[in-house]
Each structure stands twice: as structure tokens, then as C-alpha cells.
Ligand binder design. Structure first.
Ligand code: PLP
Length: 463
């Protein structure tokens, strides 16, 4: 082992993009005219864009090079053959169906298989997964372990599915379950990993009940690496071996390649047997495109074929998880509590614990997200009462406000985009932000849209 304690970025930079750095005085009118909603702020005013890790990856020189040799033939493209080979080698699944992103894979698979009244268990369904299941009149059932619902509790695998509950659920509802799922890492539950032991046990239960097992594999490499470093029996194995075992335990997967595919757009379904494949390909042709491109350009498939290999590089995964850990520890040291332990793709600040003087109906998370923008130029995402809270009386009496379970502010880190000095700069600024804590005030809604409030709502600071 080397003597160095610092985990460096395992890449050097060939292309750079200038970073906007505005003053607080310049940011104030921008935030005000966006109605204190960061979704309505132009990216050109943002210094550190931590809104999402989805589709925001910096691609490698090898990915850009592969794009130049792509074969854009409508049918039988050799770029598809390359992509198909990489997915088969990684997953062991013969049947590979490209889609333009994760939710397109979800819509196709669910449309081919789900009927109203059916039920689909998982640890936690991601929001587009749940929405696509419910859209077809079926039910998305979350069976994450109890530890996974407590933000301050430290447990290495808070993404685990409750295997006792799963076994009982499968026994009771067998006839209504066309397939079961597990999401790795568990995005909805704070990006928490699932242990290999848990995947093995879930696989055994699904098999026992004769239920096909589909993995939502968006962050399969990050999950595999967290298994390697947190699960005692797995430390000697490579992240690739662990990932391959996970796929071998299931019957297929869906993936948004905008995460661990290390690309800006793309996704796929891969299945071991052919039962659903014909109807999937027919639906694909109807709405996405021919089966050898599925709504993507061949150059996207080329970039993805390279990305799926690069993402399992353990130097990369060590650096990736170090960023998240470093930021969580730095924030905690500055006095800002975060969901414990940090996962791989994001840090979740516990705004309820940080701003206890702001009640949920005054949106402590939104308030903190706005302050992070004003003081640091950070764009984060509130995942709390601004997103999920609602009034039962139409918005008059604070007593009728039903808050979100947690008031979180997520900093999701794009892959290979920001450097150590960016993160150090941010942490330096947190001291100043913490000193303003008691002076921070809540927010009032000035425009409350009928659904998906967080995208278009407008706010106003109180006091
Ligand atoms: C992002 C994501 C999806 C949906 O993928 P898109 O590419 O955004 O359509 C599905 N499941 C999980 C776990 C995700 O993180």
C-alpha cells in the first residue's frame, strides 16, 4: 500500500469548462426572480451544480473516441453489437434491449408484463418506477428494513430489503406478483447500498415462490464497491466480481445508464430468458426505435459500452466514494448533520436537525437550499416538505399541514466533474453559513402548482 492518505482524482483533465463565480449580491436578484426555486435558476448562475448525478457525468477521452467510430446504421449497427457484448459479459443476460433512459425501460417492461391489481415488491421503488407501476393500475410495494427509514442511524446497508416481510408478502400475494425487484443503490432511501448477503437472500425467496427477480441497476458499481468495503466476507473480491454475482442472482435488470453508465443519456433492459422479449421488442419498435438503437444514437451506445467498463475501475470507485465521505465528514465537522452513513452518489443534509427553529410548513429544507445558493453558488435539491408536504384544508391553518417524513437537502455529485479544491472551497464557506443559522428564516409559498410542486412552485422568504 502507498504512504499517501489523500485519495486523488484518478484522471487528468483534457477539456475544461469555465466556472461561474458570482457574488452574493449578484445571486440575490437571480434567486428572487426565480421565485426562490432552484429548478428555475439558469445553470449559468450556478457555481457547483449538485442538483443531480443523473446524466451529468464528464466522459473520458476513450468514450469520446469511441463516439467518433460509431456506426449509425439504422439496422444491425456494429456499435450495437459492441454494446450488447459488454452488457452480456457484465450481466450474463442474453437479451439486451437499449432504451433512451431508465424510465423508458420501466415503461416498456411494465407495459409488457403488468396488469391492473398486480403488485411489485422492492426495497424502495424510485419515483419514476413507482409512477410507471401506478400508471398501469398496479401497486409498488416498499419493503426496506426499518433501519433504512431512520436518517441518524448508522448501519452499513440501509438499502436492504426486509427479507422476512418479503417472504410473507410473496407467500400471501404470489398470484398477483409478476416479478419482484431490488434497487441498487437504494436512491429513494438516501442512496444506501444493499448487501450481497441480502441480494442472495432476496433471490432465494423470489426463487422459492417462482417469482422472476429484476434488479434496478442504476448504481450497480457504486453498490458493488460499497459491498467490497463494508461487507466483511467480500473485501477480497473485486467490484466487478461482486457486480457479476448480483446479476447472476437475478433474472434480468433495468438500468438508467445516466448514472453508473457514465454517460449523459441512455438505458437498457437485459433479460436472461426470452419470455418477455418479443413483446418488449414490438413495443420498442412502436415507441422508441429499432431494436439495435432503441431511441439512442449509435454514438451513445459506443460511449455507454466504454462507460460500463470504466465504472468498475476500483481507483475510480475508491475516489467516487471518498468524495461523498469527505463531504459528509466535512459538513458534520462544521456542525451540519447529514444522513448516516453517506452512500456513494450524494450527501443528504438533515435540515430539520440543522434548523429546528423553522417549522415544516415554513420549509426548512427550501430555506437551507436557498442559503447554499446565495452563500456558495451551490444548486441542491430539497427533498422534504416543499416536495411532499401538503395542507388538508387547502392551505390556511398551519395545524392542517402534513409535513414530509424527513426534511432533507440533497447534494448529488456529478461523476468526474468537480475536484478536491472545489470541495475544500465549499467546506470553508460552511463555517460562515453555520454562523448565520439562527438568523435564517422560513419560506412562504406564493405559487403552489397542482402537482409535482418542487419543479415550478414559487416562494418568498419570511420576515
Ligand atoms: C434515475 C433512476 C431511474 C430513472 O432513470 P431515468 O434515466 O432518470 O429515466 C430509475 N431508478 C433509479 C434507482 C434511478 O436512480
Amino acid at each position: 500500500m502507498s504512504q499517501h492518505r489523500t485519495i486523488i482524482e484518478p484522471f487528468k483533465i483534457k477539456v475544461v469548462e469555465p466556472l461561474t463565480i458570482l457574488s452574493r449580491q449578484e445571486r440575490e436578484p437571480i434567486l428572487k426572480s426565480a421565485g426562490y426555486n432552484l429548478f428555475l435558476v439558469s445553470s449559468s448562475a450556478v457555481t457547483f451544480d449538485f442538483l443531480t448525478d443523473s446524466g451529468t457525468t464528464a466522459m473520458s477521452a476513450n468514450q469520446w473516441a469511441a463516439m467518433m467510430v460509431a456506426d449509425e446504421s439504422y439496422a444491425g449497427s456494429r456499435s450495437f453489437a459492441k454494446f450488447e457484448r459488454v452488457v452480456r459479459n457484465l450481466t450474463g443476460y442474453e437479451n439486451v434491449i437499449p432504451t433512451h433512459q431508465g424510465r423508458a425501460a420501466e415503461r416498456l417492461l411494465f407495459e409488457a408484463v403488468l396488469k391492473p391489481g398486480m403488485k411489485v415488491p422492492s426495497n424502495n421503488h424510485f419515483d419514476t418506477t413507482r409512477a410507471n407501476i401506478e400508471h398501469l393500475g398496479a401497486e409498488a410495494v416498499d419493503l426496506v428494513i426499518a433501519e433504512g427509514r431512520d436518517p441518524s442511524l448508522n448501519h452499513p446497508f440501509k438499502g436492504n430489503i426486509d427479507t422476512n416481510a418479503l417472504d410473507l408478502f410473496c407467500a400471501k400475494e404470489r398470484a398477483k406478483i409478476p416479478f419482484g425487484m431490488i434497487t441498487i443503490t437504494n436512491n429513494t432511501g438516501g442512496g444506501q447500498p444493499v448487501s450481497l448477503e441480502n441480494v442472495r437472500e432476496a433471490s432465494r425467496i423470489y426463487k422459492k415462490h417462482g417469482i422472476p427477480f429484476i434488479v434496478d441497476a442504476c448504481r450497480f458499481a457504486e453498490n458493488a464497491y460499497l459491498i467490497k468495503v463494508r461487507e466483511a466476507a467480500q473485501t477480497a473480491r473485486s467490484a466487478r466480481e461482486i457486480a457479476m454475482e448480483i446479476f447472476s442472482l437475478a433474472d434480468g435488470c433495468m438500468m438508467s445508464a445516466k448514472k453508473d453508465g457514465l454517460v449523459n443519456i441512455g438505458g437498457f433492459i437485459a433479460l436472461r430468458d426470452t419470455t418477455w422479449v418479443e413483446s418488449l421488442r414490438s413495443l420498442l419498435i412502436l415507441t422508441e426505435g429499432f431494436p439495435t438503437y432503441g431511441g439512442l444514437a449509435a454514438r451513445d451506445l459506443e460511449a455507454l459500452a466504454v462507460g460500463l467498463e470504466e465504472v468498475l475501475d476500483e481507483r475510480y470507485l475508491e475516489y467516487r466514494t471518498a468524495v461523498t465521505r469527505y463531504m459528509a465528514e466535512g459538513l458534520n465537522k462544521a456542525g451540519i448533520p447529514t444522513v448516516q452513513p453517506p452512500g456513494a452518489h450524494a450527501v443528504y443534509i438533515d435540515a430539520r436537525a440543522f434548523l429546528p427553529h423553522i417549522p415544516p410548513h415554513q420549509f426548512p429544507g427550501q430555506s437551507l437550499a436557498c442559503e447554499l445558493f446565495l452563500s456558495e453558488g451551490i444548486r441542491s435539491c430539497e427533498i422534504g416538505s416543499a416536495m411532499f408536504g401538503h395542507y388538508t384544508d387547502g392551505g390556511k391553518d398551519p395545524k392542517s399541514f402534513v409535513p414530509s417524513q424527513m426534511e432533507l437537502v440533497r447534494l448529488a455529485f456529478p461523476r468526474r466533474v468537480y475536484t478536491q479544491s472545489h470541495f475544500d472551497y465549499i467546506l470553508e464557506g460552511m463555517v460562515d453559513l453555520v454562523s448565520k443559522r439562527d438568523a435564517m428564516r422560513g419560506m412562504r409559498l406564493t405559487y403552489d402548482p397542482p402537482f409535482l410542486r418542487h419543479f415550478t412552485a414559487r416562494f418568498e422568504p419570511l420576515g
